[in-house]
Design a protein around this ligand. Structure first.
Ligand code: NOJ
Length: 559
């Protein structure tokens, strides 16, 4: 008998909301990134906002994720999509007001979803009151005299991640450091005021009930003493491949240790019994190796660190196995789980980046969700959205576009090429930030009652939530099925992985209760039947004791 299977009937089983949060909830959590300005717009100004996000939370609960991460919604001139913060305790009017943040947090908790917010400690906006006051600015940011007879040359040879020198000269003649745009001056973390202020900001949001922070540029706050030259013409190639005087300095870990103590002080809620609430930190750190990355998740530091080595790996069995093994070994050595991710707002969507279209993207996702640890999803990947690669220059907003350097948020150049660049639009980041489609027919596909800050492709109606909802062959229902099964299979999130023999180009590994096969080749491969198929990223054929894995596919089998 021949049987073809893609997705079983999607399960709607959800854990009951857990008001007293379980210890270690984050170790195997699936966390959904909401890029606020592109998720849902409630007021029709074409820009997503907090109310829009709150109204769509039931969709995320039904999808089956455990938490949401909201990108910055704080007061900001938006020189870098809100990663240029002018006031860390105020919601930008574009996104609503503080009450909207509180209501969102409350509504999420009511649905059993936790909320992670972004914190941007490496730099502020140049409109931040500290930078606006020349005296305070000199104390709290990195100012240096220039070189040359008249101080007309930058203090050193560092380059901005977005291109051009990392220094800008002020009217007063001195220079300030900005590893990103000139509108994002770097803070001086040698100044205790900076430490105090950020501790207070963290407390402010913890008191409002957030469950954790995604720490932007967590590898950048501390610079090498003396700010030494790099002396390499192509700095972008070094970022993420080695420790630099401005990235991955050992000194950053002392900050993360302080923050862990602060987070832990909120984690035990007196009188609420066990398990205690756990508030977490996740590092956005582009470290040169899994071992260096693991330092960020030592027991007294942050809880998670995005695994960008996995994100930038080629779709090739050997490369994937190598990065999975190295990541698991490195994080195990410090007792932490690994945090997998395939897409975010800084890189080309993985449907496009991996070069194999939707089948490969679905296979990669199912592989990721079978690995031990936590996983982050980026809004729209559950719809199978591709990167938008034909945005006209006049609508682009990525500051890297204007400074001429494709960037992946401090990513190594390898990642800029491999993650931000390949298949994208010149390597810039607007193509993954186009507002997502909710319905097929309304203006802006139901993103909001008005337009959309970036134009949406003409053929996105068929990819909308409404078009896919309830269709068992859709990518949306495939994600729901995968997340539902992950919940039902105890131990799948945070447990052992053991490799099994597999033909060239195929990966086979066992997890508690599940065997996972991944065919990275572009053609079908036949295997002895590994078990009962549970879920497949593409139709798998089972006959006479054999299974035919389609090209670019991943299948979960019951053990
Ligand atoms: C990483 C963020 O993800 C990216 O969007 C931003 O441009 C840089 N950090 C600078 O804050």
């Amino acid at each position: 008998m021949t049987q073809e299977l893609t997705s079983p009937t999607p399960t709607t089983a959800r854990r009951a909301p857990e008001p007293g949060r379980a210890a270690g909830w984050w170790r195997d959590a699936v966390i959904y990134q909401v890029y606020v300005r592109s998720f849902a717009d409630s007021d029709g100004d074409g820009i997503g906002d907090l109310r829009g996000a709150r109204e769509r939370l039931p969709y995320l609960a039904e999808l089956g994720v455990d938490a949401v991460w909201l990108t910055p919604f704080y007061a900001s001139p938006q020189a870098d999509g809100g990663y240029d913060v002018a006031d860390y305790r105020t919601v930008d009017p574009l996104f609503g007001e503080l009450r909207d943040a509180e209501e969102l947090i409350r509504a999420a908790h009511g649905l059993g979803l936790r909320v992670i917010v972004d914190i941007v400690p490496n730099h502020t906006s140049d409109r931040h009151p500290w930078f606006q006051d020349p005296e305070l600015a000199r104390q709290r940011y990195v100012f240096r005299p220039g070189k040359g007879a008249h101080g007309e040359l930058p203090p050193n040879d560092w380059e901005s991640v977005f291109g051009g020198p990392a220094w800008t000269r002020t009217d007063r003649g001195d220079w300030y450091l900005h590893l990103f745009a000139p509108e994002q001056p770097d803070l001086d973390w040698d100044n205790p005021d900076v430490h105090e202020e950020f501790a207070a900001i963290l407390r402010f949001w913890l008191d409002l009930g957030v469950d954790g922070f995604r720490v932007d540029v967590a590898h950048g706050m501390v610079k090498a003493a003396g700010l030494p030259d790099i002396g390499h013409g192509e700095q972008a190639k070094l970022i993420g491949n080695q420790v630099l005087p401005f990235f991955d300095q050992d000194g950053v870990h002392a900050i993360h240790r302080t923050w862990r103590r602060l987070l832990d002080s909120y984690s035990a809620v007196p009188g609420q019994g066990t398990p205690p609430a756990e508030r977490i930190g996740v590092a956005e750190a582009w470290a040169p190796s899994p071992e260096r990355l693991a330092l960020y998740v030592r027991p007294d530091e942050l809880h998670q660190a995005f695994n960008f080595q996995f994100l930038t790996a080629d779709w090739q069995a050997g490369a994937l196995r190598t990065v999975i093994d190295a990541s698991l070994a490195a994080t195990a050595s410090v007792g932490a789980p690994t945090t997998w991710v395939l897409s975010n707002h800084d890189v080309v969507r993985h449907r496009t980046r991996l070069g194999g279209g939707l089948p490969r993207a679905r296979a990669a996702t199912l592989l990721m969700l079978a690995l031990p640890g936590s996983a982050y999803l980026y809004q729209g990947e559950e719809l199978g959205l591709p990167e938008v690669t034909d945005l006209p220059d006049e609508v682009r907003q990525d500051p890297a576009f204007f400074r001429g350097r494709p960037a992946a948020g401090g990513a190594p150049d390898g990642a800029s090429d491999g993650a931000s660049g390949a298949g994208g639009q010149d390597g810039f980041r607007d193509g993954c930030r186009v507002p997502i489609p909710w319905t097929g027919d309304e203006p802006s596909y139901g993103f909001g009652p008005g337009g959309s800050w970036l134009p949406q492709p003409a053929d996105w109606g068929g990819l909308s939530v409404a078009a896919q909802h309830g269709d068992p062959s859709s990518t949306l229902e495939f994600y729901r099925a995968a997340l539902g099964l992950r919940r039902q299979l105890p131990g799948l999130g945070d447990g052992e992985l053991s490799w099994r023999p597999a033909p060239e180009g195929v990966l086979t590994f066992a997890r508690p209760g599940v065997l996972c096969t991944v065919n990275t080749l572009g053609r079908p491969v036949e295997l002895p039947l590994p078990g009962r198929p549970l879920l497949a990223s593409a139709p798998v054929t089972v006959r006479d004791g054999a299974a035919v894995l389609p090209g670019d596919s991943c299948v979960w089998w019951a053990l």
